[in-house]
Design a protein around this ligand. Structure first.
Ligand code: ZN
Length: 374
């Protein structure tokens, strides 16, 4: 563990400047620490022509009955933080984690490598992957009626102008509809506006198929899994919440409350920092297993105020669809999106990583407790 005097510098150093650099650093560290590595090409390239892939690392005994899964970059550009946390975890916590008998660690790096590499929250098809993991029987159709009303405000069909009145217009809508109702109806996921924000797709994405096919192999013999998917962009600066799917039973929520900070654990619902969503990634992972105690958790770190983040999302999406390829506005909007989801502030980075490592400590303790107890 770094000393407190140089925490900021040390933690900041885990952040990379690009998807490719983040991936390379993680793979090199994994090789030094004896990790098993699988790579899954998604048939897309980085802006510099490099192949993009979802990469999975596993540490610990093959027969481990308890597995900690840490995934990053489900929302592309949020992977700068998630990947840094994964790097820090392997460097600083791996030995401690593997000292617990019967425990293994699985790292899923860049669930959405395209968005990570191209500085988008969505994937190569404009799909929000945390709305794309619908479970069996759900259809890729529909949108909240309020979303249709707001489509013109959220997704204007023209390049971004020099001066923007989005915040003012959004505030008027908030006054008209109410903040919580608006947050839910906009962000829960929609399947009708393919160039719009929070679009969940027309069917399972490439990443969805990779997870479905290979996750059982990655977790192996696990009887219990804690799966933490790392996100940023919602909530007050540098604070976090641990959100469990609205669909998990109360007994499982109680288990989480018993093992993590109670004031951080909440279910995905409109009254909290987050909101109910369709097609949530970790809950889908849980749905693949009937015989595994699978705890799906979304850890969300706050960055900037919600309207600033939404404004950055809207501007980047607008520039993507309505600016010419290579237009300077597009790069500018993507850099602004990156800042909205991965602040350059050393103080933010240090705070977010140290808190994440504390969550990891709690997860390890939870696995340890149960492996000895029941
Ligand atoms: Zn996210």
């Amino acid at each position: 563990m770094p000393q407190s005097t140089d925490l900021s510098d040390s933690y900041s150093a885990y952040f990379s400047d690009s998807y490719s650099e983040a991936r390379q650093r993680l793979l090199e560290l994994s090789a030094r620490r004896g990790g098993t590595h699988w790579t899954y090409d998604i048939d897309q390239c980085s802006p510099h022509g490099e192949a993009l892939s979802v990469d999975v690392l596993r540490f610990g005994p093959p027969e481990a009955s308890q597995v900690l899964v840490i995934s990053s970059g489900t929302h592309g550009v949020e992977g700068f933080f998630g990947s840094a946390a994964q790097l820090a975890l392997i460097e600083l916590k791996l030995e401690e984690l593997l000292s617990v008998q019967g425990v293994a660690l699985v790292i899923i790096h860049a669930v959405n490598p395209y968005g990570f590499s191209h500085l988008r929250r969505v994937n190569e098809d404009n799909v929000d992957l945390n709305r794309n993991f619908l479970t069996v029987g759900e259809s890729y159709k529909g949108a909240d009626p309020k979303y249709a009303l707001l489509d013109g405000l959220l997704n204007p069909q023209s390049p971004p102008p020099r001066f923007e009145l989005f915040t003012l217009k959004a505030l008027l809508q908030i006054i008209r509809h109410g903040f919580q109702a608006l947050k839910s109806s906009v962000a829960q996921g929609q399947y009708d506006f393919e160039r719009g924000l929070f679009f969940g797709g027309r069917g399972p994405s490439r990443s969805h198929k990779i997870i479905t096919e290979h996750l059982p192999h990655w977790i192996g013999e696990a009887e219990r899994v804690i799966h933490i998917d790392l996100h940023t962009g919602l909530g007050p600066w540098g604070t976090y919440v641990m959100a469990a799917s609205q669909n998990i039973p109360q007994s499982e929520l109680q288990w989480l409350l018993g093992h993590f900070d109670q004031d951080k654990v909440q279910q995905l619902e409109a009254s909290g920092v987050l909101y109910q969503i369709r097609g949530e990634f970790t809950y889908y992972c849980r749905s693949l297993f009937s015989e595994v105690d699978y705890y799906p958790i979304l850890v969300e770190f706050g960055t900037y105020p919600i309207l600033k983040v939404l404004s950055a999302l809207r501007a980047e999406n607008r520039a993507t669809h309505w600016c010419d390829t290579g237009a300077p506005e597009l790069d500018q909007k993507r850099q602004q999106l990156r800042e909205a989801f991965s602040p350059a502030s050393e103080e933010w980075r240090s705070t977010a990583l140290s808190k994440t490592l504390r969550v990891i400590d709690q997860a390890v303790a939870a696995l340890n407790d149960d492996s000895n107890g029941s």
